[in-house]
Design a protein around this ligand. Structure first.
Ligand code: C5P
Length: 235
């Protein structure tokens, strides 16, 4: 089902607005993503919105701390029954391994740890300022390999990276791609964008589409059109 590959971020400032936004796309997207804006304010009640709407939960918490703390955060997430949680690959191999082990122990394979490699807001010169030499895209691959060797099997990546990550990591990696825009819709602040069909054809398993759905007059209809584009990408 192509709609199950669409992740809709609940990028809303309050629980009430997030609940209303989720209800508007009920049945039209497979996964609802809760990010820091909503989670910091509303906590587990925000995480519960996914299940309330029959969708899978993507807890976009971007965990990055010492291994013990990240492992315990994953354990704390267990009651929310999430399908995805994000961690920063830059947290290092021990942190990543502990995150994956705890996720497997708590959720028996249902919870996939997704590594964020290089934030798309950083470019080569930002990395150089941190002492990382070379191109951002090489660092993405370096961090992805490191995460893979720690047992991470899922990755968040931009449309510009999805092809090289698929080639590098093979068919068993789970790739989730934001920066997706249906043909003809506004890019917003996304710089490197792809259409749903292109992102899927390049190897994405899931696409994150926010504003083109959230700001549509009929969000469910917008999501259904995107699902049709996903189906074309698969074909
Ligand atoms: O489709 P739209 O640009 O509105 O979706 C943005 C969503 O994708 C936000 O939740 C944002 O945090 C997330 N995201 C992103 N770019 C990344 C990683 C995540 O836009 N590189």
């Amino acid at each position: 089902m192509s709609h199950s590959r669409i992740v809709f971020p609940l990028d809303y400032p309050s629980l009430a607005e997030a609940r209303a936004g989720a209800a508007r796309v009920r049945g039209a997207v497979g996964v609802l993503k809760v990010g820091l804006e909503l989670f910091v304010k509303e906590g587990p009640a925000a995480l519960a919105i996914a299940k309330e709407n029959g969708a899978d939960l993507f807890a976009d918490l971007k965990l990055h701390d010492i291994p013990e703390t990240v492992e315990r955060a994953i354990a704390s997430l267990a009651p929310a029954d999430a399908r995805f949680v994000t961690v920063h690959a830059a947290g290092g191999q021990a942190m990543l391994a502990r995150a994956v082990e705890r996720a497997d122990r708590e959720a028996g394979g249902r919870l996939t740890v997704l590594a964020v490699t290089v934030l798309t807001s950083l470019d080569d010169s930002d990395l150089a300022a941190q002492g990382v030499v070379g191109r951002a895209q090489d660092h993405v691959l370096r961090l992805a390999r490191l995460a893979w060797s720690a047992g991470v099997r899922g990755f968040v990546c931009s449309p510009a990276e999805v092809r090289s990550l698929r080639t590098e990591l093979g068919p068993h990696a789970i790739l989730v791609t934001p920066g997706v825009r249906p043909a003809g819709s506004a890019a917003g602040d996304q710089k490197r964008i792809a259409t749903p069909a292109q992102a899927i054809a390049d190897g994405a398993d899931f696409i994150v589409v926010g504003r083109p759905i959230r700001d549509a007059a009929d969000p469910a209809a917008a999501a259904r059109e995107i699902a049709a584009e996903v189906a074309r990408g698969v074909a």
